[in-house]
Design a protein around this ligand. Sequence first.
Ligand code: HEM
Length: 333
Amino acid sequence: MHPNRIPPTAALALAALISTPLLAGEEPIEANQVVGAIEGVFGVAPGERRNHTKGSCAIGEFVGTKEAAKVSRSALFSGRPVPVVARFSLAGGNPKAPDVAKSARGMALEFKLPKGQLHHITMLNTPMFGAANPQTFLDLMLALKADPVTGKPDPERMKAFKASHPDNLAQAQYLASNNPPASYASSAYWGIHTFKAVDRKQRITLVRWQFVPQDGEKRLSDEELKSAGANFLEQALIERAKQGPVRWDMMLTIGQPGDAENDPTVLWPAERPRIKAGTLTITAAEPQKGAPCEPINFDPLIMADGIQPSDDPILRFRSPAYAVSFGKRLSER
Ligand code: HEM
């Protein structure tokens, strides 16, 4: 049975089993500890995801290109339509996060490949991540935890976090200087991590990917930030999908030796070649409650043959962290 379809009790046991310490820097960090720290910042919405709690479901399909099939033998790039379950979300564990928040937006995709195989791609709308290792992510959550007296993060603690974690800077600056999207449909999403594409002769190519909206990128203006309200993203996506298919081109960037392989905070040089790897088409969207994306654990390490993970410590850490969150939310239902 596939790990994102296991029953709640087994999910909890699995989460406990795989939340064994991973080494980050010098300190071992546990997935339980990090998910607990996320809960410390946002609280717990029982039965819900501990992160990216607010979200919407969608369905569609993906068709890969011949160019991508040359670098990866994945069934994703067979050229035949692959059914997709998608989830769009806001970062953070607040189920009522306002859609104007200057936080990251997420796009998670489950590709249903032939013979029951699954492939996951779980992305953000920022080109880089805000932590080079789990320690930075944990320290950020600890710094963001509200001071019991003021009800807000302690400014001194945040200052100390920023000074001691320069790997957080690039994404923080990106989010501060780019307004959030006007619609999930008008945002680009990045895979951020490096992956290894494997071809039919076992040759490996370092790749990173981005999903580029055919609707074009549109962000809220500063005026719209004030007037757009707290809950427009879901309805905008549902309405847009009713008007006709919503498409993104999957662009694959080909890396070279020496390009950052295990650091999701560092971008590759802009001149790296890019190929069109396929087109994602979303045909319908709906609220997440009871919809197909709700019970899925979009663990980014669920990958079918033809694409392999790099040793990026953040990518490796996500899998046990998502399992802990998944086990908790299932057991609360
Ligand atoms: C140490 C780093 C990270 C931690 C601890 C973390 C933790 C989590 C957790 C606990 C969830 C909820 C899982 C669930 O209950 O299903 C989640 C969801 C998500 N994360 Fe991460 N995450 C990390 C890094 C990233 C990165 C680098 C990306 C993008 C490249 C990302 C994108 C997402 C998205 C899009 C979702 C929502 C998935 C869905 O719709 O179900 N996260 N994350």
